[in-house]
Design a protein around this ligand. Structure first.
Ligand code: NAD
Ligand code: ZN
Length: 235
């Protein structure tokens, strides 16, 4: 189904990082690492209790030093090597795709490793030891308060124009480890499909939109992806 010339767009979610030890969002109870989503992933939550939200993301950032990319992340980097035209869109805010070697990558929900100034909007990479404590950090340019460079619920995902264009042009669309609950990423499947792309899903549990996949593989991304990528890249 996939050849070297195929235009392939991939969407990943929290499930691809689960085997690296990063918990997914809605595992059991709709909580993210024991916090209510509204508390730690909305602009209102930040307004109401910035210290709590800051501490939460600092913890997520420190966790990145304890985890490694898994065979699912690595298989996607191998697939990218092989293909002429490849885009990886991730909803994840961890850095495991880039650490596995993925290059053409869009973090549509932002990145844990970056902070953004609330006053002048400049973005900085802040992952050194001295940046990972509980005190707020200030902007090097204007001294404004830095906030997580994360897209919270109610905010606009990043680089949507590029994403839209790639979806309209792709031959194959593959969604991996995403529950299909979160808008607008859950609509990408429909956009790609409407224009005739072949659609493939890989997920531990059947996601919300499972009936719209041409092919669906149920199981762990770290086990299924290496097999599929091997099949695709070796004809
Ligand atoms: P989700 O938590 O809503 O759904 C995860 C899906 O992955 C589930 O359907 C689950 O069945 C599946 N899954 C679990 N383990 C898997 C595995 N080993 N292989 C394949 N599938 C597996 O995640 P979502 O759809 O990405 O939406 C959650 C939002 O939470 C995103 O916006 C994201 O920004 C944020 N988030 C990010 C991270 C991260 O960066 N790693 C972690 C948690 C939440
Ligand atoms: Zn600033």
């Amino acid at each position: 189904m996939i050849v070297k010339e195929s235009r392939v767009v991939i969407l990943t979610g929290a499930g691809i990082s689960a085997e690296s030890g990063i918990r997914t969002f809605r595992d059991f109870d709709g909580l993210w690492e024991n916090h209510r989503i509204e508390e730690v992933a909305t602009p209102e939550g930040w307004e109401a209790n910035p210290q709590l939200v800051w501490g939460f993301y600092q913890q997520r950032r420190r966790q990145l030093f304890d985890v490694e990319p898994n065979s699912g992340h690595r298989a996607l980097a191998d697939l990218e090597e092989y293909l002429d035209n490849f885009l990886l869109i991730t909803q994840n805010v961890d850095d495991l795709h880039e650490r596995a070697g993925s290059k053409n990558l869009i973090h549509m929900h932002g990145e844990l490793s970056k902070l953004r100034c609330e006053s002048c909007a400049s973005v900085e990479e802040m992952m050194e030891d001295e940046h990972l404590g509980e005190n707020f950090l200030t902007c090097k340019r204007c001294e404004g308060r830095m906030r997580p460079h994360i897209v919270w619920f109610g905010e606009m995902p990043m680089r949507m124009d590029e994403i839209q264009e790639a979806l309209l042009e792709c031959d194959v669309f593959i969604a991996i480890g995403t529950s299909g609950h979160v808008y607008p990423a859950n609509g990408f499947l429909h956009t790609a499909r409407r224009l005739g792309a072949h659609t493939i899903g890989i997920n531990l549990d059947p996601p919300e939109n499972v009936v719209f996949f041409d092919e669906f593989f149920q199981g762990k991304a770290g086990e299924i992806l290496p097999l599929l990528v091997d099949r695709w890249t070796n004809g």
